[in-house]
Design a protein around this ligand. Structure first.
Ligand SMILES: Cc1cc2nc3c(=O)[nH]c(=O)nc-3n(C[C@H](O)[C@H](O)[C@H](O)COP(=O)(O)OP(=O)(O)OC[C@H]3O[C@@H](n4cnc5c(N)ncnc54)[C@H](O)[C@@H]3O)c2cc1C
Length: 404
């Protein structure tokens, strides 16, 4: 029996490895960093529960993956901050999403999946540089940047909470969010237009949250990362399976990718076991969602705060009409005739075809240029927050991204 080699010990790679090892395969995972989750640094992420009718944890269990191996906190309500600072509350009866932590601490999702893989008999090789051409599954995460996110992690006295903010000034072309779990908070701003002096956006975003919430914020560290958005011509190419973000399987609108990563890892493993056709499954289950998100992103790119206000209002109207705040999110991803008509325009104006080393072509979303309106004078509180952070950094405060 031939050994199976996987590049990347993140969510998609470890999910694939576990399924294969449980079925009796000898599996090696090669990870360039020191540990699973080391790409992240204790940041909270939302595991969405709206792109399928099935609860994601039930789905994981049906695949033999145990969601109790990592800590998660369920949410059915969020604060939605409109661009004009009005705050409303999308709410659902079930679970809208779960917050998990990314990183190397034992309760993080990355470590939970690592434990499952090791218990199934997978051999993980950390600090390993394996040639991708010698691997069966490519699960190595992002290569380029289409967008970035920067955040600050802090101690707080505020109770568990999530705010999602649509604001073109604080988060150019995108959104910011605040997640608080058990006394630890994360305020993050996402930039979908390329900027210089990026910490300016984070400082101003923190100033905004401080104004609206009693946080008693004590900064710990600053974190960040990039997102790579692209639609490849093939998900299986020359015998290799491209899974998770390495396969471009990520939501172009909000940047959600964890669910797609685990799902694609599972289906790559199932194909190797002769239980399905990976290319077909991905095109049936995930590509329609990704395409819808490209269209949503295309429409969002055209909007400033006026457009965001329309979205926020429509979301709340839809909740009043249907009695469920999650319906709107589900609708955003359903393909439909109008989206089919918009697709060629969205593809043409947003994506650029590139050829990659392995011979595949990818319709990539380039990082958009900044706009004139992205240049503004910081508030005095944001300047203070910037100075406060400089001092914390001098005293050893960690930052896992380059500020400018
Ligand atoms: C700041 C930020 C916030 C996010 N928030 C959310 C969110 O709230 N919800 C959500 O669903 N998604 C979110 N995402 C997206 C999510 O993190 C990704 O979609 C998901 O991690 C993709 O999983 P993956 O398995 O493809 O990659 P990863 O989990 O990143 O794993 C890839 C692994 O491959 C390793 N690797 C890279 N190159 C090599 C190499 N050459 N050889 C060996 N190993 C290699 C990496 O070190 C890493 O361990 C966010 C992303 C960022 C950056």
């Amino acid at each position: 029996m031939r050994d199976i080699h996987i590049l990347g010990a993140g969510l998609s790679g470890l999910a694939a490895a576990t399924i294969l090892a449980k079925a009796g395969k000898k599996v090696h995972v090669h990870e360039v960093l020191v540990d699973s989750g080391a790409r992240f640094d204790g940041d909270f992420q939302g595991l969405e529960n709206w792109t399928s009718e099935i609860d994601f944890f039930d789905e994981m269990e049906s695949w033999g993956l145990n969601p109790n191996e990592f800590k998660s906190d369920e949410f059915s309500i969020v604060d939605l901050a409109h661009p004009d600072d009005v705050i409303t509350n999308p709410i659902t009866k079930g679970i809208a999403f779960r917050v998990v932590e990314r990183g190397t601490d034992s309760h993080c999702i990355d470590q939970g999946l690592k434990r499952m893989a090791l218990e199934s008999g997978v051999e993980i090789h950390y600090k390993s540089k394996k040639n991708p051409s010698d691997c069966d599954i490519i699960a190595a995460g992002p290569k380029n940047s289409s967008a970035v996110a920067f955040g600050e992690i802090f101690h707080t006295t505020h109770e568990n909470h999530v705010t999602f903010q649509l604001n073109d000034k604080l988060a150019p072309g995108a959104y910011s969010y605040m997640i608080i779990i058990d006394g630890i908070g994360l305020i993050c701003t996402c930039l979908w237009r390329k900027q210089r002096k990026t910490s300016r956006y984070l400082n101003e975003t923190i100033a905004w949250y401080e104004k609206f919430y009693e946080l008693n914020r004590k900064p710990i560290k600053r974190v960040g990362g990039k997102g790579d958005f692209g639609l490849p011509s093939k998900y299986r190419h020359e015998g290799k399976y491209y899974v998770g973000e390495a396969g471009g399987l990520q939501d172009f609108m909000w940047g959600f990718g964890m669910r797609y990563a685990i799902t694609s890892g599972v289906y790559a493993a199932k194909d190797i076991l002769g239980e399905c056709d990976y290319e077909k499954e991905i095109r049936k289950r995930l590509v329609p969602l990704v395409k819808s998100s490209v269209i949503n992103r295309f429409l969002m790119n055209r909007m400033g705060d006026r457009g965001f206000k329309i979205i926020a209002n429509y979301w709340m109207k839809n909740q009043t009409k249907t009695g469920d705040g999650l319906r709107f999110m589900k609708r955003l991803y359903s393909p439909g005739v109008i989206r089919k008509l918009i697709w060629p325009i969205a593809k043409f104006s947003m994506l650029r075809k590139i050829k990659v080393d392995d011979g595949r072509t990818i319709q990539r979303m380039p990082f958009r240029k900044s706009l004139k309106r992205d240049d503004w004078t910081p508030s005095s509180r944001a300047v203070e927050i910037g100075e406060e952070w400089k001092n914390i950094r001098k005293a050893g405060g960690k930052v896992s991204f380059i500020d400018d």
